[in-house]
Design a protein around this ligand. Structure first.
Ligand SMILES: Nc1nc2c(c(=O)[nH]1)N=C([C@H](O)[C@H](O)COP(=O)(O)OP(=O)(O)OP(=O)(O)O)CN2
Ligand SMILES: [Zn+2]
Length: 140
């Protein structure tokens, strides 16, 4: 069994609905996403011979997915009044409305699903919300 991992970071604001404490307030993180691939064998021919996957291809997709969220406000769908969303957009803020509570656990799963949809056979995604706090989503 072989494994690859690569990572990308992004800066985003969020708040947690139904949270009783400081995280109910709008705040920001430098989110660090670490993606893993596990594979039995290696490529047999061409540029990926004896590789799981070219690191270049792997990191490009992971970076693109992080860039989608970078410097946006991660908003759980339904957590702000439509007029608030409209006002923020009118002011020129970039919002990413997500159909889930913006926990590190859910962001790890969301990221894994996005990478899988783009053809990367990821087995795990770690989402570091702070340097010491990490949630992991295991595929499968
Ligand atoms: N299991 C989870 N717990 C918490 C999550 C989460 O996504 N999954 N998220 C939060 C908050 O978003 C919060 O921003 C993180 O809080 P905290 O650990 O308190 O982070 P700090 O670095 O700000 O804490 P210090 O007080 O500086 O140690 C909460 N929990
Ligand atoms: Zn937070």
């Amino acid at each position: 069994m072989y494994g690859l991992k690569t990572e990308a970071s992004f800066d985003s604001a969020h708040f947690l609905t139904d949270y009783h404490g400081k995280c109910e307030n709008l705040h920001g993180h430098r989110w660090r996403m670490v993606a893993y691939i596990r594979q039995d064998g290696l490529g047999q021919e061409g540029t990926e011979r004896d590789m799981v996957l070219d690191f270049g291809a792997f990191k490009r997709v992971v970076r693109e997915e992080a860039a989608r969220l970078d410097h946006t406000f991660l908003v759980e769908e339904g957590s702000l009044a439509p007029e608030t969303l409209e006002a923020l957009e009118r002011e020129g803020f970039s919002l990413t409305v997500l159909p889930f509570r913006t926990t590190a656990e859910n962001l790890a799963r969301h990221f894994a699903e996005r990478l899988l949809a783009r053809g990367l056979p990821v087995s795990q995604v770690d989402c570091y919300e702070t340097p010491l706090n990490c949630a992991t989503y295991f595929v499968g």
